[in-house]
Design a protein. Structure first.
Length: 116
């Protein structure tokens, strides 16, 4: 079993920054795919950024150049640094992990609100 605990959400003005953290515990490995998704009201959950095999990264086009995902394997923690935030980035952000058995795990979600 894997548990994911997110932190770092909040309210910020447009153009500001936030950093989200997701601490994983349980049966995790450095090669597990980890990332962040988000869901705004009335929208489907969408991929924001992910780290694959501990090295490669993948970003949604809407956040490229503004968001950076990173991972600290010693702490089993993945981070999402969000800069130049826009009101359209407002959503609940969810941490995600896909393990070697292709089991999906989700965090409880953290609210990010960007005011204009």
């Amino acid at each position: 079993q894997v548990q994911l605990v997110e932190s770092g959400g909040g309210l910020v003005q447009a153009g500001g920054s936030l950093r989200l953290s997701c601490a994983a515990s349980g049966s995790t490995r450095s090669g597990d795919r980890m990332g962040w998704y988000r869901q705004a009201p009335g929208n489907q959950r969408e991929l924001v950024a992910e780290i694959i095999n501990g090295r490669s990264t993948n970003y949604a086009d809407s956040v490229k150049g503004r968001f950076t995902i990173s991972r600290d394997n010693n702490k089993n923690t993945v981070y999402l640094q969000m800069n130049s935030l826009k009101p359209e980035d407002t959503a609940v952000y969810y941490c995600h992990l896909l393990d070697s058995r292709y089991m999906n795990y989700w965090g409880q979600g953290t609210q990010v609100t960007v005011s204009s």
